[in-house]
Design a protein around this ligand. Structure first.
Ligand code: DNO
Length: 350
């Protein structure tokens, strides 16, 4: 595996110099953030990221994310222009040496939590999702005061209401059709650019606010991989996203899709399921509900050799910053991940 770490560019409080001191660190996971969703990334911005990353002694090989414009997900006539822009981004990223691109196909809302600062018994804070709170939110009601922390601030309330209303007309099958349309055009370009596409699962992995969500479980992952049956059409296996539903057996899914050669990127994070939602916890198996060693062993036993990153960390030791993306707890996660892989690799060799 190639250990990696997400970095939000020059505005990130966490520096490349700090990241490179984490033992075993291989690649930076980043993106061009100065361009609106759907537009083409300038070669200069890509080159600057590459140069900064490599100057810090790290590899520039993974992008998270090249976001998919809503018109593509909605299947609007304007999608062809956005798909062409997407393909152009892949060509430019391939030229710059990028090997793996993470993206998602979630309508409007990316990952969603009801509280980003939930205090755990040890005084650390973490991200949580309590269904009762989420159910009180209706994005169609513009007069509601309730907002959730993950809401895209680039939308005005009115725009958000409109886009949500458009999705509410759509069925899951419509979203599948639009995903297929996108993949059929993008995957051949990715293959030519030497890029493995890695879809991120919906987080949480169920429909929220009455919007369709399809990248949620084994059956749908199988269907997804068959849409375009090419190794460049693969997964970011996100343990925290899939793992917040008890029906997803994470070691089994890790083994199955690694054996198929379709996992290109792994997000390792532990969650604790609760009757009414879930809480993100420290990475260690005993801190949450997932058996992290079993997941890593399943990957190693099945020949996984892609990128791995510690996913969301808690805020510990008084650190403040971007929710889920501080330095300290993710660095502890990275150290733990190194240990899990070393143990699994030695066991498999034996
Ligand atoms: C959350 C992340 C996601 C992920 C996107 C990929 O912290 O795991 O936001 O980057 O869904 O497109």
């Amino acid at each position: 595996m190639k250990l990696s770490f997400r970095w939000y560019g020059e505005d990130d409080k966490v520096t490349l110099e700090q990241i490179r001191q984490i033992p075993g660190m291989h690649s930076i996971v980043t993106a061009v953030y100065d361009v609106p969703v759907g537009e083409v990334w300038s070669r200069e911005s890509i080159a600057r990221l590459k140069q900064r990353t490599e100057a810090a002694g790290l590899h520039f090989e993974v992008i998270e994310s090249v976001p998919v414009h809503e018109d593509i997900k909605l299947g609007l006539p304007s999608r062809d222009r956005y798909i062409e822009n997407y393909c152009e981004n892949l060509r430019r990223l391939g030229e710059a040496g990028i090997k793996c691109v993470c993206y998602n196909f979630m309508p409007v809302f990316d990952w969603t939590r009801t509280d980003l600062n939930h205090v755990l018994p040890d005084g650390s804070t973490s991200l949580v999702y309590y269904s009762e709170q989420a159910e009180q939110v209706d994005p169609l009601k513009t007069d509601s005061d309730l907002t959730l922390p993950g809401w895209d601030a680039s939308y005005t309330r009115e725009e958000l209401r409109d886009v949500v209303a458009q999705y509410r007309e759509m069925t899951e099958e419509d979203l599948w059709d639009n995903l297929r349309y996108f993949l059929e055009r993008v995957i051949p370009v990715a293959a030519e650019a030497g890029i493995k596409m890695a879809i991120h699962q919906d987080d949480p992995c169920w429909s929220i606010f009455g919007l369709p969500r399809i990248i949620t479980d084994e059956q749908n992952l199988d269907r997804f991989l068959h849409l375009v049956d090419d190794p460049h059409n693969g997964l970011t296996l996100c343990c925290g996203s899939l793992g917040c539903s008890p029906k997803n057996d994470m070691p089994k899914l890790a083994a199955k899709y690694a054996a198929m050669g379709r996992i290109h990127f792994v997000h390792l994070r532990n969650v604790q399921l609760l009757p009414g939602g879930f809480e993100e916890r420290a990475h260690l198996s005993s801190c949450g509900g997932l058996d992290m060693y079993a997941i890593v062993k399943a990957l190693v036993e099945n020949g996984f050799d892609g990128y791995v990153r510690p996913d969301h960390g808690r805020m510990i030791w008084g650190e403040t910053g971007r929710a889920g993306y501080g330095l300290y707890d993710r660095a502890l996660g990275a150290a733990y991940i190194n240990g899990l892989f070393e143990a699994a690799e030695k066991e498999v060799k034996r």
